[in-house]
Design a protein around this ligand. Sequence first.
Ligand code: ADP
Ligand code: MG
Ligand code: ZN
Length: 369
Amino acid sequence: MSNLVLYRKYRPKLFGEVIGQEHVVKTITNAIKDNAVSHGYLFAGPHGTGKTTLARLLAKAVNCQQRKDGEFEPCNQCDSCLEINQGNAIDLIEIDAASNRGIDEIRELKEGIRFRPVKSKYKVFILDEAHQLSKDAANALLKTLEEPPAHAIFILATTETHKMIPTILSRCQCFGFRKLQMPEIIKRLEAILKQEKIVFDPAVLTLIAAQATGAMRDAESLLDEIVSFTGQDGKIELEETRVLLGLSDNGSIFRFLDFLARKQTKEAFEFINELAFKAVDLKEFIKSVIQFLREILFLKIDPNFQSPLVLSFTAEEKKQLQELTASFNGLQVKLMLEKLMDAENKMKYASILQLPLELAIVELCAEKS
Ligand SMILES: Nc1ncnc2c1ncn2[C@@H]1O[C@H](COP(=O)(O)OP(=O)(O)O)[C@@H](O)[C@H]1O
Ligand SMILES: [Mg+2]
Ligand SMILES: [Zn+2]
């Protein structure tokens, strides 16, 4: 398992393993069961949410040599399934419109499409980033979609539906893919780690899932990075993960906010200069401080508020956050946020990077509470 590439290794091989996208899975598996697969599909949605995965699953299912009538899962054992899993099936043609805008490929496709599939029932064309097709290529594709031969299936995937030609959309059955939710991502990561027999701190997964912003692929790549860093035998720890993901360490943010709460101008100044001396990225630092203050603002409004950030905290950190929340009133939090956002902005142009932050400290510590 050295150099594992998790997102490839764990690409679902069955419809049943796909997370989310329920309506897409349901409609497509029904069509496979009923032998009523369309000739044109459009899969639209954010990257890393299962478009290519489902396109390949569809190709595999329709060409599976062992699938019985009324079933939809591919067997993953016959020659056709194995070839698709290995990425060398002759009758599955994947074209990336982003890399060459597809002119030659579409021309070939137009010529090639008349010929029956070599080995399988269907010739399946997956056109990735279809919105990037050149005008000529798109027109050629449109002609083909108007009268597709019975043995051809086209699956267009795009992250930007609005850039697609409407006439192409009208020739396809269109599906919107959604971003995956944090609990869905976490469950999948847990399953992967269990299968890889890797020990981990559950808070790490929350942290990764929050960073992935809905893309399963990103979550798996982040996990990959962390696993290759700690090694398979090493336990995955929270602090290490934070450092690897380039997040500020929570301790220093709490300390800084604590100085502000106590209005300790001198200590806050020294602390900032210490960070600068240690080459901590102050822009990232202030960004994190603002993020924490926003959490505190939420907690002021609703003490039971659970954000992704807070979910990734240790019990000790949660307690610290609560204590900080109690030490400010709502107005103070608002003022701190305003002053720090202002400083963050000014840091973009400041000749002495920490000066805007220092001025904000002076103002905030001088405030009467
Ligand atoms: N809905 C999903 N369910 C399970 N795994 C997923 C899902 N979406 C993405 N993945 C994971 O991310 C990887 C890349 O997904 P992919 O289907 O290529 O995304 P897209 O084509 O939408 O950019 C897959 O190999 C798989 O490991
Ligand atoms: Mg894709
Ligand atoms: Zn099969």
